[in-house]
Design a protein around this ligand. Structure first.
Ligand SMILES: *[C@@H]1O[C@H](CO)[C@@H](O)[C@H](O)[C@H]1NC(C)=O
Ligand SMILES: *[C@@H]1O[C@H](CO)[C@@H](O)[C@H](O)[C@H]1NC(C)=O
Ligand SMILES: *[C@@H]1O[C@H](CO)[C@@H](O)[C@H](O)[C@H]1NC(C)=O
Length: 313
């Protein structure tokens, strides 16, 4: 029956559109372990890094130890070649650290989907942090949450408790400055195993104050080595908008996904990335009814998809 066939076609088209429209926005944090030029010069390492970054709309890279801009440029070049239809850009902090050993935070983001609204280096007057957060505010393709603040931190293992409590001050500073309660704190917090006992973890301000959601749960392994099982890398979310859009969060076990041996995986990093997916669908898309005319179905789908439209320029 031509009419039914047509109806079926429209419906599957609509379902594809719906799935595409509800595509999650993924924010990731990755301690890429001493990321510098010799590392990305190895093709197999570069290829895996590119695949890891291509999963995410924004990645906060940590432990970028390159004083030049070359490592990030090379990464972006390969990433933009790999995903020809997308365009990735970056935003980096300066090199941070108390000694000659320094690292920077680098945001790699899809500039066709998100934009940097503002950023600043947290003014760490009491020198609490080894690498004070380089805070940034990004736009999101969502009407519920048009923008979100990211606060990255890579703690130094000997000061985990002190730094994580000071991270609460950074939250206060940024949420006041930008009048934005929707804040995602993320990175290698070293918040487990020998660096932080369960008791101290549970007494952190970010645990005892209301409104913070640790979406990478205790017990999730974020380390590559089979001999370790620690939840070092974390994502903590604050704000109603974030909560509404939260769809899923997990470490990304890249050795398993890319079928790498432990030895091969350790050439990339000893950490897994951690990822959070934000999706309009998380707050429940209106189910549409079968039996509508094609025009009506298409119309209702456009209405559902409208919030995903990207307000470019
Ligand atoms: C980004 O890195 C470059 C090269 O290290 C540096 O010149 C620049 O100041 C950095 N950006 C920020 C915002 O610190
Ligand atoms: C950081 O804070 C200190 C003390 O409040 C102030 O003297 C200094 O000018 C600030 N630096 C920046 C870059 O804002
Ligand atoms: C890590 O330990 C937790 C318990 O704390 C356990 O549930 C989990 O399965 C372990 N993961 C691995 C990969 O061994």
């Amino acid at each position: 029956m031509p009419h039914m066939a047509m109806h079926g076609l429209v419906l599957s088209l609509v379902l594809i559109l719906l799935a595409g429209g509800a595509e999650a926005f993924r924010i990731c944090a990755f301690n890429a372990q001493r990321l510098a030029q010799p590392k990305v010069a190895k093709k197999s390492v570069m290829d895996t890094l590119v695949q890891i970054l291509a999963r995410c709309d924004i990645t906060v890279l940590q432990e970028v130890v390159d004083s030049s801009q070359k490592t990030v440029s090379l990464l972006l070049q390969e990433l933009n070649r790999f995903e020809g239809s997308r365009s990735y850009s970056f935003l980096n902090s300066s090199l941070l650290g108390r000694s000659t050993y320094k690292e920077k935070y680098v945001y790699i983001y899809r500039s066709d989907k998100t934009q940097v609204l503002s950023s600043y280096q947290y003014n760490d007057t009491d020198d609490v942090f080894a690498r004070e957060p380089f805070v940034a505010q990004f736009t999101l393709p969502s009407k519920i949450l048009p923008n979100v603040v990211l606060v990255p931190l890579h703690t130094t293992p000997k000061d985990v408790e002190k730094e994580l409590n000071a991270l609460y001050d950074v939250f206060l500073d940024v949420s006041q400055r930008w009048q934005n309660e929707d804040v995602i704190l993320l990175g290698d917090f070293n918040a487990d195993c020998a660096s932080l006992t369960k008791k101290r973890l549970n007494s952190l301000l970010l645990r005892t104050k209301a409104g913070f959601h640790w979406v990478i749960s205790d017990g999730e392994d974020t380390t590559v080595r089979a001999s370790t099982n620690c939840t070092y890398d974390r994502i903590v979310m604050h704000g109603q908008g974030c909560q509404t859009l939260l769809k899923a969060a997990a470490p990304f076990n890249f050795p398993r996904s890319f079928q790498l041996t432990e030895e091969e995986a350790l050439r990339i990093s000893d950490h897994y990335p951690v990822e959070v997916e934000l999706s309009q669908a998380a707050q429940g898309i209106q189910p549409f009814m079968l039996g509508h005319s094609a025009a009506a179905v298409t119309f209702s789908i456009s209405a559902v998809l409208a919030p995903f439209r990207w307000p470019l320029t």
